[in-house]
Write a protein of this length. Structure first.
Length: 366
């Protein structure tokens, strides 16, 4: 039997036989005997269990909130004890050593996080600058291509026109040469066909004069083509070079984007690991402070009565609510299923009897 001192145990003969507490009556739903009590118990069980479950859920939420508040006050208590120079406790030195280790780890994690953030900022800045340079280079190349295309289009039209003229000239020469050949051949058959040699010679002279006139245009057309082709070739080479440079810049931009994404992913993964380690360090710090606060709360030093008062109030609320939770669980578990079944059976029989009477009454009236 516990004596006045909670740390000692006294023998049973020191206390009278009737001394001690009373057992608590188990909470249960109200019930009455008889058929009427069974019928009424159905409504009592349904409504009572529903109300008890709703209240149970609300109280569990309140208990969770109180537990968090209690842990917060214990953390504050442990933090106050660690920061107090005049307070001494057996667990305080060990807690300070563990907190020093945790704080050292947290400072290292903070430095790593700062470095990772700086690296992220640098990579993003470099990527933004390269993207800007890429956009400017692409704009310049597109402008150059537009200018070259604008210059080369009229030249190509002139080349097409000159080529068409040259083709027409060659066709004319072939046609005149064919006519000259045909006329030359007709000289042989002059006697058999009784043709006039003078007319043949005149026709030959005319054809040769036409050929000479057509031939005079050939140097001019060739000169035009010779003047246009180098200019077009230079512009075409310039356009090909610009297109090649554009393809190279596009490839370099895609590669740089891939490198930047890989760097960002690697730094982000490292940052997640460091953040997780920092979170673990914070949890360890809170655990150490919470354990220290629990030890101080158990020892209850007189110098910290003011800090212990909020925890005492929360413990009282937790105890009262725990008792109520236990009563609600007892109420939910105390449902007399047999009595409930009897009440439901009575209700069903009564409704069946009423239904049969109504049906008989309708039948008789009909």
């Amino acid at each position: 039997t516990l004596g006045p001192d909670a740390t000692s145990i006294d023998p049973p003969h020191l206390y009278p036989a009737g001394a001690g507490g009373k057992l608590r009556t188990q909470a249960a739903l109200r019930r009455k005997r008889g058929i009427g009590g069974d019928v009424k118990y159905v409504a009592t069980a349904v409504l009572g269990v529903r109300r008890a479950r709703r209240e149970l859920g609300e109280l569990e939420l309140q208990q969770a909130t109180r537990q968090k508040s209690r842990a917060r006050h214990l953390l504050t208590l442990g933090r106050a004890a660690v920061g107090s120079e005049g307070y001494d406790h057996p667990a305080l030195n060990k807690a300070r050593e563990m907190l020093a280790i945790v704080e050292d780890e947290r400072s290292q994690h903070t430095a790593t996080v700062t470095a990772a953030d700086s690296e992220l900022m640098r990579v993003r800045t470099d990527r933004a600058e390269k993207a800007k340079a890429y956009a400017e280079a692409i704009t310049n190349i597109d402008t150059e291509l537009a200018e070259v295309t604008k210059k080369i289009e009229p030249l190509e039209k002139e080349v097409v026109s000159a080529s068409r003229k040259a083709a027409e000239l060659h066709d004319s020469l072939r046609r005149i040469d064919a006519q000259i050949a045909q006329t030359e051949a007709s000289k042989v058959n002059v006697k058999s066909q009784k043709l006039d040699p003078a007319s043949i010679q005149a026709e030959l002279a005319t054809l040769k004069a036409d050929r000479l006139a057509v031939t005079r245009d050939e140097p001019r057309i060739a000169a035009e083509l010779d003047a246009l082709n180098p200019r077009i070739a230079a512009l075409d080479a310039r356009r090909s070079d610009a297109r090649k440079r554009r393809i190279e810049i596009d490839d370099e931009e895609k590669k740089d984007q891939g490198r930047a994404q890989e760097l960002l992913a690697a730094i982000g993964a490292k940052r997640k690991v460091v953040d997780r380690a920092a979170a673990d360090a914070e949890q360890m710090r809170d655990k150490v402070l919470l354990e220290l606060g629990e030890r101080i709360y158990v020892d209850r030093p007189t110098s910290m009565q003011f800090e212990l008062a909020p925890v005492d109030a929360i413990d009282v609320e937790l105890g009262v609510t725990d008792r109520r939770l236990m009563e609600l669980k007892e109420i939910i578990g105390s449902v007399d299923k047999l009595k409930l079944a009897r009440g439901i059976a009575v209700i069903v029989l009564a409704l069946s009897a009423v239904g049969a009477f109504v049906w008989w009454l309708i039948y008789m009236l009909a």
